[in-house]
Design a protein around this ligand. Structure first.
Ligand code: FAD
Ligand code: SF4
Length: 521
């Protein structure tokens, strides 16, 4: 790992307003007055921070700051770049232990928010870029790695949020970027000058983009020589001229506009996705980390997804909340002692811990890259994410089973407040006599929120597609499954004559059997 030097210091002076953000409130305040061009419901949003539909997603990111204040051991560390204590979301992993701690922090934040807290895409992009810029420089004699470290050191000092913008809108999925009828369907460079480059295109599904200070723009897929202008990586301030955001709708999101908290299920926290349109947006050279080196696009995507697919242990923290909600509603309904209820809670826990186990195992089985930064195990990361495409759905099914039908037929909070209907609802919707009806309804609404409502976006569909759709993981698993080695093992024991073959030196099984001190890379 790099030790701090003069030239790792951000060249820009730290202006008064750029004192490091410490608390969640500092962070919220930092998002104000940026003049972002955001559209929601067909109208420009004057100040996203004040919008009731957007605020819960800001609260979720704010929790990453407050956790760092409350539990610095878990959510902060010392940066080798600056020598200062920084938020763990901005740290480059210098050991397997660093990766494991990321996972523990992610599970904790999943528990605290019950949703996507949005900061891991940037963290995983940083870690991928740290090694990829190093390797590009080795091959091309470029200076991307130092530029990247300068940028990162500045972000660490100010404790800012960085989004990772990888997914292009992609048009016809069977065609490469340069083959699309409209080249803007993949973000690409439209102009180069002595100062930098201008990019155009759109990124879809961008988690927490409005809640970030920077976005790191990256290519989506493997690129060929004809795709050179699509091979661009750079950091862009979220408020850069030429960027328009169109806010993504979430199921039941407009309940945040109705007043009250009960019907929202989880009124404090939500995720955020938006479409980001880049209409000739400038990236200066000092924030450009790939410019045409198309042969490194696949490596960057693979490393990013390797980190990000085990980051999905976040869902085990969210799963803890849903299991807790299911157990609570069983208590409130007076069925907690029934054997099938207990068994379903065991099944939910088993599934949830399967997700966590694979994620944490991937982090433990890490190895150093040439740059010195550590990368978690790719096979197990893909197994983790593949579990995540399935298991939250089954956990959600079991939670709905325990909740009963009221979860979707429940009258609104306003009916509970109405003097004509309120007392009748409190009487007829009671479960156990010692539990206030409203508490029962709150837990039902939370289960609705997590399995059908706003936070089902994070718990279910993001689990399916985020960090790549299921097939993307199957491809990576297939690449690393070492069938020839396994066939030889079987033939040997079965007494079938088999040629001795070379065991791969840097394959998955080599990583499995590496003893301490071995470096598989
Ligand atoms: C909630 C959420 C948050 C996200 N956050 C981010 C983020 O912060 N940053 C970011 O960069 N991305 C983000 N993503 C994007 C995510 O990585 C993509 O959704 C994912 O890669 C799938 O791409 P897609 O949605 O365009 O689906 P599609 O590409 O349209 O896939 C749909 C189906 O088609 C299949 N398919 C696609 N292409 C091919 C092909 N060439 N051949 C055969 N089959 C194909 C897929 O396997 C899948 O089954 C997020 C996604 C979600 C849902
Ligand atoms: S889905 Fe999970 S890993 Fe990805 S940004 Fe959200 S909380 Fe982090």
């Amino acid at each position: 790992m790099t030790t701090p030097t003069e030239d790792t210091v951000d060249p820009r002076p730290r202006a008064e307003g750029e004192a490091p953000l410490v608390t969640g409130q500092d962070y919220r305040d930092s998002l104000r007055g940026r003049g972002l061009k955001v559209y929601l419901f067909g109208e420009r949003v004057a100040e996203p921070v004040d919008h009731p539909m957007i605020r819960p997603s800001i609260n979720a990111v704010a929790e990453t700051y407050d956790l760092a204040v409350r539990e610095p051991e878990l959510a902060t560390t010392i940066s080798p770049l600056t020598g200062e204590r920084i938020n763990r979301f901005l740290h480059i992993a210098g050991s397997a232990e660093d990766l494991v701690k990321q996972n523990k922090m992610q599970r904790k934040l999943g528990q605290l928010t019950g949703t996507c807290f949005q900061r891991c895409v940037g963290m995983d992009a940083f870690n991928a870029l740290y090694s990829v810029t190093y390797e590009i420089d080795q091959q091309h004699g470029t200076a991307y790695h130092q530029r990247f470290k300068n940028f990162l050191a500045g972000v660490q000092r100010r404790n800012q949020v960085v989004g990772g913008a990888m997914t292009d809108v992609k048009g016809d999925r069977s065609r490469a970027p340069h083959q699309q009828e409209d080249p803007d369907l993949y973000v690409h460079i439209v102009r180069r000058t002595d100062e930098g480059v201008w990019i155009r295109g759109a990124k879809a599904h961008q988690t927490g983009c409005l809640n970030s200070h920077w976005m790191v723009v990256m290519p989506t897929l493997r690129l060929g020589p004809e795709d050179q202008d699509f091979a661009v990586v750079g950091a862009v301030p979220v408020e850069a001229p030429g960027i328009t955001y169109i806010y993504g709708r979430q199921s039941c999101d407009s309940r945040a506009l109705e007043g009250g908290t009960l019907d929202q299920g989880n009124a404090r926290f939500a995720g955020q996705e938006a479409m980001v349109l880049f209409d000739d947006v400038f990236i200066p050279h000092d924030r450009l980390f790939m410019d045409g080196e198309f042969e490194f696009a696949a490596l960057l995507v693979e490393r990013f997804t390797c980190y990000h697919r085990r980051s999905y242990v976040c869902k085990s923290g969210v799963g803890d909340v849903l299991i807790g909600a299911a157990a609570t509603i069983a208590d409130y309904n007076g069925v907690e002692k029934a054997s099938h209820i207990k068994d379903k809670l065991v099944e939910m826990t088993h599934l949830n811990e399967t997700i966590y186990s694979t994620g944490i195992a991937s982090s433990h089985q890490a190895k150093p890259t040439q740059s010195g930064c550590y990368i978690n195990d790719d096979m197990i990361a893909n197994v983790c994410k593949h579990h995540v495409t399935r298991m939250p759905y089954e956990i959600a099914r079991l939670a709905q089973d325990l909740a009963g039908g009221l979860m979707v037929t429940l009258p609104s909070e306003k009916d509970l407040e109405n003097p004509e209907t309120g007392d009748l609802l409190r009487k007829y919707l009671k479960g156990r006599a010692d539990i206030p009806t409203e508490d029962r309804l709150r837990v039902l609404r939370l289960i609705e929120n997590m399995t059908l409502g706003r936070n089902a976006v994070g718990y279910l569909t993001e689990s399916m597609h985020g960090a790549g759709s299921p097939q993307a993981q199957r491809i990576q698993i297939a690449r690393q499954m070492e069938l020839e080695t396994k066939k030889r093992l079987a033939k040997r024991l079965a007494g079938v004559e088999t040629e001795e073959g070379e065991e791969g030196e840097d394959g998955y099984l080599a990583r499995v059997f590496a003893v301490e001190g071995d470096q598989a890379d």
